[in-house]
Design a protein around this ligand. Sequence first.
Ligand SMILES: [Zn+2]
Length: 93
Amino acid sequence: MDALRRSRTEPGRSAIPRALLAALLALVACVAPAPGPGEAECPVCRVEGDWACLCVRIEADTPSCEVDGKTYYFCSEECRAAFLEQADRYPRR
Ligand SMILES: [Zn+2]
């Protein structure tokens, strides 16, 4: 009898951690400092919500590209490639 009860799935149980995660991400977004001099935001990570590597230090070997006269910096070559591939998806500032 108990085994039957235990094997039942519990729908909605994962909804709570997900909401918590969203709230946490929103909090990080508020707290995250704006990029200072010599720093930039990876536009791909901003859109993807990947806050861990959002802030990019602008150095000689930092992946970058120029679109419409504006230079964008990326945390990785992967992000640079994603930006160039789907430029419409990412905001241009
Ligand atoms: Zn990135």
